[in-house]
Design a protein around this ligand. Structure first.
Ligand code: BGC
Length: 515
């Protein structure tokens, strides 16, 4: 059987910022559905929807109050069903985010836990503990020294004196996965969405569910790092794999080819491979390109490590250059014309690799990170939890520009929930559509070629320039010039990220050639 996800290009939609169908300034399901033609035309295979569930939106929807319903801001279940149908009719698979590490503090279970008091079965669904008093006259301290990923302590005290654990915002209490009711509940949640026809799940904080027994303190100087790689008593604890073996059985019990991809920030590619053993999840994001510099040496090392890692467990490699948690890569590479040139080259390199590619909405437009959002509009909890020192992730979540003009450049009928830079009309879909050389057309051409012949492997080719990488992927040859000066190349390019003249590939560019 040919598994669709093994070489799929999957496009991440951050629903708040993709397209606003009802004119309230926030994106929604109707908006996404209205753009299915655009998505299918881009040449992707699947969409992944970040959370659209009922939520107070304290963490952009990753704070879920009801895992089985759509937030009214985004629509309702009928709208969701309509979106899945439209996507499937257009030949696109649909993956939804599942957030099993925590719920919102507005979830019925957490409210019941607060009401029921210490020692109750309701409290045991979350991680409640008593505080500690080092000496009888010292103030009470949280149960251990764990810190929240978003800053500040990972514990909040409730009026009766107990503390609850939240690795993220205080409005995101962690579930107690040692309680079998939690696992049973998530079996039901998976089934609920599988029954509605979703093709898979992106598993949020997949490495966080199980905590080490006794919840040991980590000692001085160790922060909870979501985007980090340090092993800890709260991340990548071995017991987490029992959850995924169970989920795999559920996924396999459904007709069709359903899959799940783990967001697992772990210490090494080897630890990541554990999540994709044959009886666990199908994929795990490889975030090493997301954090890599634009350099030949780094790209080659990341690519080699990923191919070796997944090869050991027979899972497909995955590649990610951007997502809703990291600064957009045009800006990460230096912004301006050079940042954009490098981003376009990196995109061609990534799309030439075997395995699955995850794109983040707006990267096909070459959008940069928005660095000058007014502070009072920032919504990422990192901003307030860090005592207003870390700006957070809002800069990559600014609504997409679809048209050259209008109140939100066609995002919707009114201004979006975060303001777009005034020059974003020039970066809009309308401004790039059918324009030779635009970033949108570059993505479309590359995706078209990739669909025609999906990469089957990777063989490095020798080059005389250490800044140049070249490889054959079984379908075509990709050459990437990471340096700033042109390099000679043979052959007529199938697609290139920059204009080529006289048999040379300019600095900071990439091209594909027939083999
Ligand atoms: C998501 C973040 C979210 C966090 C807590 C992550 O890994 O990608 O956007 O804030 O999980 O749910």
């Amino acid at each position: 059987m040919r598994h669709w996800w093994k070489d799929a290009v999957i496009y991440q939609i951050y629903p708040r910022s993709f397209a606003d169908g009802n004119g309230d300034g926030m994106g929604d399901i109707a908006g996404i559905k209205s753009r299915i033609g655009y998505l299918a035309g881009l040449g992707i295979d699947a969409i992944w929807l970040s959370p659209f569930y009922t939520s107070p939106q304290n963490d952009g929807g990753y704070d879920v109050a009801d895992f089985r319903d759509v937030d009214p801001r985004f629509g309702n279940l009928t709208d969701f069903d309509g979106l899945v149908k439209a996507a499937h009719e257009a030949g696109l698979k649909v993956i939804v985010d599942i957030v099993p590490n925590h719920s919102s503090s507005e979830h019925a279970w957490f409210k019941a836990a607060l009401a029921a008091g210490p020692g109750s079965p309701e409290r045991d669904l979350y991680v409640f503990r008593d505080g500690v008093k080092p000496t009888s006259d010292s103030p009470e301290l949280p149960p251990n020294d764990w810190r929240s990923v978003f800053g500040g302590p990972a514990w909040t005290q409730v009026p009766d004196g107990q503390w609850y654990l939240h690795l993220f915002d205080s409005s995101q209490p962690d579930f107690n996965w040692e309680n079998p009711k939690v696992a049973d509940e998530f079996d039901g949640i998976l089934a609920f969405w599988l029954d509605r026809g979703v093709d898979g799940f992106r598993v949020d904080v997949a490495h966080g569910l199980i905590k080490e027994p006794g919840l040991p303190s980590v000692g001085d100087g160790m922060d909870v790092e979501m985007l980090g790689t340090t092993r800890s008593p709260y991340f990548d604890v071995d017991g987490v794999h029992d959850v995924y073996r169970r989920w795999r059985r559920i996924l396999d019990s459904y007709p069709g080819d359903r899959m799940a991809v783990a967001e697992a920030w772990v210490e090494s590619p080897e630890r990541r491979a554990n999540y994709v053993r044959p009886d666990e999840l199908h994929q795990a994001f490889n975030f090493d390109l997301l954090t890599a510099d634009f350099s030949a040496e780094t790209f080659r090392a990341v690519i080699d490590a990923e191919l070796a890692t997944v090869g050991s467990v027979d899972a497909p490699p995955t590649w990610v250059l951007s997502n809703h948690d990291r600064p957009r890569y045009v800006t990460r590479y230096g912004d301006g014309a050079v940042g954009l040139a490098k981003a376009r080259a990196a995109a061609l390199a990534m799309l030439a690799l075997p395995g699955s590619v995850y794109l983040y909405q707006g990267e096909e437009l070459g959008l940069p990170e928005v660095l000058d959002l007014p502070d009072h509009l920032r919504q990422d909890p990192t901003w307030h939890r860090s005592g207003f020192t870390e700006k957070g992730r809002d800069g990559c979540r600014v609504p997409l520009p679809w048209q050259r003009s209008g109140p939100s450049f066609g995002f919707g009928a009114v201004e979006g929930w975060l303001p777009q830079p005034t020059d974003w009309g020039d970066r809009s879909v309308a401004a790039q559509d059918q324009v030779a050389g635009s970033t949108l057309e570059l993505y479309r051409s590359a995706l078209r070629l990739r669909r025609r012949g999906v990469p089957t492997g990777l063989t490095w080719l020798s080059t005389d320039n250490p800044d140049v990488l070249a490889f054959d992927n079984g379908r075509f040859r990709c050459v990437v010039n990471f340096g700033s000066t042109p390099t000679p190349v043979d052959g007529e390019a199938l697609v290139s990220s920059a204009d080529m003249a006289n048999g040379t590939l300019p600095g900071h560019s990439a091209a594909w050639f027939p083999v």
